[in-house]
Design a protein. Structure first.
Length: 355
């Protein structure tokens, strides 16, 4: 059990127009070929042409997201920079591996190798903001963001740090999409606009980056991360037992959950996990989902968490995410449940304190 920490600011770049106004704007973009791709910002607002030439696609996206998150928080000197990523820079990794084959392991350009390392973005954020404190990256597939958050929260709880910038970043390349398609990760339907909502084998691919500014000081105006639980390949019924234990430890009941945000991706192999949880929810709980607008990827929970923070700020739900409307009058308690291909399950308990 952890002590609550405040999420003072959040920023995300995704397949939707989530970055420009820092909210989920409509109309909602649909996937192309069962694949969501980034809606990239105008980089010239942040970097010179020479700076852009030295940066890969994912480092541009991640750095811009971090810059805006810190700007919203009003603090450009976090005491820790911690990120999580399942794959890192796929584009640079593939570029370097192709070069190895093309030049027969001879003279190679080191830039793609340097930028393909998982911690390259962290280093760039630290250099850009002249932060030389704690800096770490977690690479644990569907648990990557969660381990980054837990690292930050534990340090905040024991007063080692006062603030932390925590984020996640992911990209999908055409080549990697094909590899995962052969492993039945993605839906087989044609690129119909509504294919993302069809219950069938596989999910719709996505990519996204999200950053959060965590503060040890309690702020009544900020959404709080109250608790976070991770389950690896849970047995049938174990998710419910952990959820009930989680609620009990915080003196809560199912009836007090105002908002439930699920990581449903309409993959028939894993729908039962969400259905089991939803059977316990009261009629008053608003039920939302987010992967029909973000797509599926290792750290997709970051988009769900960003949406929760923004909805708490505005004191209203995003209509594009609403799956089943309840009659709860407030959005004080939120539960975010995400699972990644049946292996990595994460439960976020979020609270908006009473003002």
């Amino acid at each position: 059990m952890i002590k609550p920490v405040s999420i003072r600011a959040a920023s995300a770049i995704s397949a939707q127009d989530s970055f420009r106004r820092n909210e989920l704007s409509e109309p909602i973009r649909t996937p192309s070929g069962n694949r969501f791709t980034y809606l990239e910002p105008n980089y010239s607002d942040y970097f010179t042409i020479m700076q852009l030439r030295r940066m890969s696609r994912i480092t541009r996206l991640g750095l811009v997201t971090a810059i805006e998150c810190l700007r919203d928080a009003g603090d450009f000197q976090p005491q820790a920079i911690i990120t999580g990523t399942g794959k890192g820079s796929l584009q640079d990794t593939e570029k370097f591996m192709h070069a190895i084959r093309e030049f027969a392991e001879g003279t190679l350009n080191p830039s793609p190798f340097i930028q393909s390392t998982y911690n390259s973005l962290n280093g760039l954020i630290g250099l850009h903001h002249q932060v030389n404190s704690y800096n770490s990256t977690y690479v644990h597939s569907g648990f990557s963001l969660e381990h980054a958050l837990l690292d930050a929260v534990l340090q905040l709880n024991d007063n080692s740090i006062q603030t932390a910038l925590v984020g996640s970043f992911e990209e999908m390349t055409p080549e990697h999409y094909i590899i995962k398609d052969k492993l039945d990760f993605w839906k087989k339907e044609s690129s119909e606009p509504n294919a993302v909502m069809n219950r069938s084998l596989g999910a719709v691919s996505g990519e996204g980056t999200a950053f959060f500014f965590l503060d040890r000081q309690q702020d009544a105006a900020c959404l709080q991360l109250v608790d976070l639980r991770l389950l690896f390949e849970p047995e049938e019924g174990h998710v419910i037992s952990v959820l009930e234990s989680l609620l009990s430890e915080h003196q809560l009941s199912w009836n007090q959950l105002d908002v439930y945000i699920s990581g449903r991706n309409q993959d028939i192999r894993y729908e039962h996990y969400y259905e089991e949880v939803e059977q316990h929810l009261p009629a008053s709980t608003h039920q939302l989902q987010f992967k029909h607008v973000s797509g599926e990827f290792d750290t997709a929970a970051g988009f769900g968490l960003w949406a929760a923070v923004k909805m708490a700020e505005k004191k209203q739900l995003f209509p594009a995410l609403l799956r089943k409307k309840g009659n709860a009058e407030s959005i004080r308690y939120m539960l975010l449940y995400n699972q990644y291909y049946g292996q990595h399950h994460s439960l976020y308990l979020l609270q908006l304190p009473l003002i």
